[in-house]
Design a protein around this ligand. Structure first.
Ligand code: ME8
Length: 650
C-alpha cells in the first residue's frame, strides 16, 4: 500500500493521455505546457518529480478512423503518435515517462486491475442498452440526454445494445459524495466540484466497462469476446505507468499522484469513475484533480472532431517554442475558458517579450559593453531607486511560489513581469547615458549597471520553469551561462560577479518585434493553405523601389544624433516627437512610428538623421529633418550608428 507522501519531496503530475485520432492542436499543447512548467518549477524548487504523459490509443473512435483511412488501427496510431512525440520533443516537454496504451506493460496491468475488481465482486455481466457518443467514448442514459445529443460535445449519439460487463459504480456513490464534500482540495476549481457533487447526488448508475461490437481494445481477461471499455483502460495509465500492480517500486514512491491535470470535460471521469475504481482495488486516491478551461475559437471549443483547430507546429515555426509557451501560460486563467485569436497572441509576444523583456536584455548588455568595456561592475553604494529595485527583485520568487501553489501561471508570470518592468523603469530613472557624460558620476554609473545586470540575473532564474531556452540565452549574454540557474539564487541581490569578474557578450535579439498587421495576413494565408511549410519564418521584405542615381543619394546630409527625449504627439496617434541631440544643437524630429516603438525604448539610441530635409509642420509641431528607419524583413528598425570610428593603421 502506498503512503501519504505530501512532505517527502516527491511530486507526481499527469496530463490526460490524448487520443491519437488526429494531430494535436493548441488546446492539448496548453494543458501539456502547464504540466511541463509545473514539473520544471517543482524540480527547481527541490522536488523529485515524476511527470507522466502519453496516449490513449484504443476505442471505437480510433477503430473507425483507421477503417475510413483503410489502414489498421495500429498503423494509424503509430503514425499519429510519432507526430505527437515529435511535437513534445520540439517543445522540450520534460516528461519522465510517456505511456502508450498499446504497450504490453500497460495491457497486462489493465487486465490485472480488471481481475482485481472482478474478484472483489464489483464486476458483473449484463446487457447494455443505451446511447453512446463515439467522439467522447461516453455512455449516456435517456434521462441524461435532453435533445438526442451528447451532453458533453453536442454530437450525435449511437444506440448500443450488446452483452457487456458492468462495474458497480453505484456501490461507491456515498463514498464519492463524501470525498467531494469533505475533501475540499480534491477537485478544483470549486465550480467543478459543485457541478460534480450535483451530478453524483442525482444517483450513480453502474457503469458499462466492456464492449463487444468492435475489437480495438484490451481483451477482458475473463472473456475473450469482449474488450475493456476505453476509459477504464485509459484511467489506469496513471498507475500502470508506475508498474502497478506487479513492479511496485515506482508506485510506492510516487503514488498517489499530487495532481491529475485535465480539461473540464473529462473531470467527471477523473473525479467520479477513477476514484471509484481505486476504491474498488483498495488503493489510495490521487490528492487532486484540476480541471482547466478550454481554448475557444470564435464559434466554440477548438476540437479535433470539429476540425476548427490551431496547429501549434505552425506557431512554433514562426515565433519559437518559448513565445508560444509564454503566451499560453500568461494569457489564460486556469480553470476559465479563453478565446484564442492570432491578434491576441501576437500582441502579447510584442508587448511582453519583444518590448519588455527583449529590450531590457539588449539595453542592459549594450550599456555594459559601451560604458564599461563589457565587464559587469561590482556592487556600488545604494542610492535613489536602488532599494526599490532590489526589494522588487528579491521578493518575486516567494510570490511566484504562492501563485504556483494555485496553478495561477498567469499571476506568477505577472510577478516576474513586474520585476522586468521595474528594471526597465530603473534604466529611465538612472539614465546611464547621461551619467556617462560626467566623470564625477562614474561611480553611480557603475552601480546602476551592476544593479541592472543583477536584476536581469534574477529574472533569468525566475523565467526558467516557463521558458528555459530564453533563460539560457539571457544567461549566456550576461556571462553566467556556465552556472546552473538555481531557484534560491533568485532570492539574493548582489550576487553577480561575487566569485570573480563576469563579462557580458551581446547576442542576437531574443524576441524580434513582429509586424502585427503583416503577420496577421500571413497567418490567414497559412490557415487557408497558402504558405509552404518550412519557409523562412516571419521575414518578408517589401518589393524594392526603383533604382536611383548616385547624385540623388549625394543630396542627403546624413548625421548621427542621440535621442534625448521621445513622446507621443498629442494630436496624432501614429506620431512620435523626438528631441535629437546633434553636436551643440537639439532638433525636434517627428516620425510616424508610434505603432512600432514605445517612446521610452527610443531614448538613448544613436540614430541617423537626414539633416537637410525641408522642415514641415505636422499637426501643429515642427519637424526638422527625418530619422532613418529600414525594413529588416520583420518591420521597421531604427538605423542606428555605431559609436566607434575606424582606425587606419599604416
Ligand atoms: O479526452 N482547450 O483525450 P482528448 C483546452 N483520451 N484544452 C483542450 C482543448 C481545448 N480546446 N481540447 C483538448 C481524452 N484539450 C482522453 C483522455 S485521460 C485518462 C484520457 C485538452 O484527445 C484538455 O486537457 O480528447 C482535454 O481534457 C484533453 O485535451 C482531451 O484530449
Amino acid at each position: 500500500m502506498a503512503k501519504d507522501k505530501r512532505d517527502k519531496g516527491v511530486y507526481y503530475i499527469t496530463t490526460p493521455i490524448y487520443y491519437p485520432s488526429a494531430n494535436l492542436h493548441v488546446g492539448h499543447t496548453y494543458c501539456t505546457v502547464m504540466a511541463d512548467a509545473m514539473a520544471r518549477f517543482k524540480r527547481m524548487t527541490g522536488y523529485d518529480v515524476m511527470f507522466l504523459a502519453g496516449v490513449d490509443e484504443h476505442g471505437q473512435k480510433i477503430q473507425k478512423i483507421a477503417q475510413e483511412k483503410g489502414i489498421t488501427p495500429q498503423q494509424h496510431v503509430d503514425e499519429i503518435v510519432l507526430s505527437i512525440k515529435e511535437l513534445w520533443k520540439t517543445m522540450e516537454i520534460s516528461y519522465d515517462d510517456f505511456i502508450r496504451t498499446t504497450e504490453e506493460r500497460h495491457k497486462k496491468r489493465v487486465q490485472a486491475i480488471f481481475k482485481k475488481m472482478y474478484e472483489k465482486g464489483d464486476i458483473y455481466k449484463g446487457e447494455y442498452e443505451g446511447l453512446y457518443c463515439t467522439p467522447c467514448e461516453s455512455f449516456w442514459t435517456e434521462t441524461q440526454v435532453a435533445d438526442g445529443k451528447c451532453p458533453d460535445c453536442g454530437g450525435p449519439l449511437d444506440l448500443a445494445k450488446e452483452p457487456a460487463y458492468f462495474f458497480r459504480l453505484s456501490k461507491y456513490q456515498d463514498r464519492i459524495i463524501e470525498l467531494l464534500k469533505n475533501n475540499r482540495g480534491f477537485l478544483k476549481p470549486d465550480s467543478r466540484r459543485n457541478e460534480m457533487l450535483r451530478f453524483v447526488e442525482q444517483g450513480l448508475e453502474d457503469l458499462c466497462i466492456s464492449r463487444s461490437s468492435f475489437d480495438w481494445g484490451i481483451p477482458v481477461p475473463i472473456d475473450g469476446s469482449q474488450v475493456i471499455y476505453v476509459w477504464l483502460d485509459a484511467l489506469s495509465n496513471y498507475i500502470t505507468a508506475l508498474g502497478y500492480p506487479d513492479n511496485t517500486s515506482k508506485y510506492e514512491k510516487y503514488w498517489p499522484a499530487d495532481v491529475h491535470l485535465v480539461g473540464k470535460e473529462i473531470v467527471r471521469f477523473h473525479s467520479v469513475i477513477w476514484p471509484a475504481m481505486l476504491m474498488s482495488i483498495d488503493e489510495p486516491l490521487p490528492l487532486q484533480v484540476l480541471g482547466h478551461g478550454w481554448l475557444l475559437l470564435e464559434g466554440g471549443k477548438m476540437s479535433k472532431s470539429k476540425g476548427n483547430v490551431v496547429d501549434p507546429v505552425k506557431l512554433i515555426e514562426r515565433y519559437g517554442v518559448d513565445a508560444l509557451k509564454y503566451f499560453l501560460l500568461r494569457e489564460y486563467s486556469f480553470g476559465q475558458d479563453g478565446l484564442y485569436t492570432n491578434e491576441v497572441m501576437l500582441t502579447r509576444i510584442n508587448s511582453d517579450l519583444a518590448n519588455d523583456l527583449g529590450n531590457l536584455v539588449s539595453r542592459t548588455v549594450s550599456m555594459i559593453e559601451m560604458y564599461n568595456g563589457g565587464e559587469i561592475p561590482p556592487a556600488g553604494i545604494e542610492e535613489g531607486p536602488d532599494a526599490d529595485l532590489k526589494k522588487t527583485a528579491v521578493a518575486a520568487a516567494g510570490k511566484v511560489e504562492a501563485h504556483m501553489d494555485r496553478f495561477a501561471f498567469n499571476c506568477a508570470l505577472d510577478e516576474i513581469w513586474a520585476v522586468i518592468r521595474r528594471t526597465n523603469k530603473y534604466i529611465d530613472e538612472t539614465a546611464p547615458w547621461l551619467l556617462e557624460k560626467d566623470e564625477a558620476k562614474r561611480g553611480r554609473l557603475l552601480a546602476a549597471l551592476h544593479n541592472l545586470a543583477e536584476s536581469l540575473r534574477i529574472i533569468s532564474i525566475l523565467i526558467c520553469p516557463f521558458m528555459h531556452n530564453t533563460a539560457d540565452k539571457i544567461r549566456d549574454q550576461l556571462g553566467v551561462g556556465g552556472e546552473a540557474a538555481a531557484w534560491e539564487d533568485s532570492k539574493v541581490f548582489e550576487k553577480i560577479g561575487s566569485a570573480g569578474p563576469v563579462r557580458v557578450k551581446k547576442g542576437k535579439v531574443i524576441f524580434p518585434r513582429i509586424n502585427i498587421s503583416k503577420e496577421l495576413s500571413r497567418l490567414e494565408e497559412i490557415s487557408s493553405g497558402g504558405a509552404a511549410a518550412g519557409e523562412e519564418t516571419g521575414k518578408e521584405y517589401p518589393e524594392q523601389k526603383p533604382e536611383i542615381e548616385y547624385d540623388d543619394f549625394a543630396k542627403l546630409d546624413l548625421r548621427v544624433g542621440e535621442i534625448e527625449k521621445a513622446e507621443k504627439h498629442r494630436g496624432a496617434d501614429k506620431l512620435l516627437i523626438f528631441q535629437v541631440k546633434m553636436g551643440n544643437e537639439t532638433r525636434q524630429v517627428i516620425s510616424g512610428v508610434a505603432d512600432n516603438f514605445k517612446p521610452e525604448d527610443c531614448v538613448g539610441k544613436k540614430v541617423v538623421v537626414v539633416a537637410n530635409l525641408k522642415p514641415r509642420m505636422l499637426r501643429g509641431q515642427e519637424s526638422k529633418g527625418m530619422l532613418l528607419f529600414a525594413d529588416d524583413g520583420e518591420g521597421f528598425a531604427f538605423v542606428t550608428a555605431d559609436a566607434s570610428h575606424g582606425e587606419i593603421v599604416s
